[in-house]
Design a protein around this ligand. Structure first.
Ligand SMILES: CCCCCCCCCCCCC[C@H](O)CC(=O)SCCNC(=O)CCNC(=O)[C@H](O)C(C)(C)COP(=O)(O)OP(=O)(O)OC[C@H]1O[C@@H](n2cnc3c(N)ncnc32)[C@H](O)[C@@H]1OP(=O)(O)O
Length: 265
């Protein structure tokens, strides 16, 4: 399907019911992230954020590759950007925007997820990875460090010993190894990645959009604060969900032994 939104072809968008699939589309550069990709992804996310017909997003790459990271040939432009230290100016907020997106985002990782590409995976809520995929943060092999949140999210995902080994060596792991480490949500056969990611997104889309958003919001609080603060956050969200139309619909559907028809209110 063609891009509905008119964003540059470097990110293609398609729909499967309530699931939007965004594909990074620079196969000639193994889907490396340049300014055009950042702008296109941010543009799509802005549209999907307010589209109530979309309840979950799958982020994928074209031609059997997820993403080879930031475009190394664009580093000169990055060096010249006077505002590089203020990430918002340089498009560098993409990873945080993904992590805090009010709808679930699932990475469908085929082939390669390197550097900023793995950082996209870590910023997503979960990921489905092909067993033969290769994942890693090779930035130190280029004389830089991860700049898309990898130093912070990898250690939270894996714990210090495993995170430091990957961060400081730049070693790559396979999808199977990544699943064993806890770096990804689930490993599947290489040819099932996107369909399994879409299937998970569709299962999530059948749930209350409000409850899904409130659960994600509460769970993310666990990454930044004390357990006491997180429990308070969860309590606020639970009480809010209990008072929602969706909560009443969920209860009524259970009693009537029928499927709920959630509205997200
Ligand atoms: C920089 C964007 C500007 C936008 C502003 C916003 C910036 C915000 C702040 C940035 C934060 C940084 C984020 C991140 O932490 C930093 C990084 O990600 S650094 C990059 C890390 N990735 C890598 O080191 C991977 C490098 N590539 C490879 O190792 C190999 O190419 C491969 C991916 C394993 C594939 O190998 P092969 O299959 O053998 O194929 P080729 O090597 O021949 O590659 C084919 C073709 O693709 C080009 N290419 C591959 N990767 C990249 C890349 N990362 N950047 C640019 N181009 C890439 C490769 O050059 C070939 O092109 P060709 O020679 O055919 O023209």
């Amino acid at each position: 399907m063609n891009n509905r939104s008119g964003h540059d072809d470097v990110v293609r968008s398609e729909r499967r019911g309530a699931v939007a699939i965004l594909r990074i589309n620079r196969p000639e550069a193994r889907n490396a992230l340049n300014a055009a990709v950042f702008a296109a992804l941010n543009g799509h996310l802005a549209e999907l954020r307010t589209d109530d017909s979309v309840r979950a997003i799958v982020l994928a790459g074209a031609s059997g590759v997820f993403c080879a990271g930031a475009d190394i040939t664009a580093f000169d432009a990055l060096r010249a950007d006077p505002l590089i230290g203020q990430r918002r100016a340089s498009g560098g907020t993409l990873w945080a925007d993904l992590e805090n997106f009010p709808k679930p985002v699932i990475a469908a990782v085929e082939g390669l997820a390197l550097g900023g590409g793995l950082e996209l995976v870590l910023a997503c809520d979960t990921s489905i990875v092909g067993q033969g995929a290769r994942l890693g943060l090779p930035e130190v092999k280029l004389g830089v460090i991860p700049g898309g949140g990898g130093t912070q999210r990898l250690i939270r995902a894996l714990g210090k010993p495993r995170a430091m080994a990957l961060l400081l060596s730049g070693d790559l792991v396979t999808g199977t190894e990544a699943a064993t480490l806890g770096l990804v949500g689930k490993v599947v056969d290489d040819d099932e990645v996107v369909e399994q990611a879409i299937a998970l997104a569709q299962r999530i889309s059948a749930n209350s959009p409000l409850a899904v958003a409130l659960a994600k919001d509460a769970a993310l609080a666990a990454q930044t604060g004390s357990i006491a603060a997180g429990l308070e956050h969860e309590k606020r969200n639970f009480v809010y969900s209990l008072a929602s139309d969706d909560s009443h619909e969920g209860q009524a559907a259970f009693v009537a032994k029928r499927s709920p028809n959630f509205t997200g209110r």
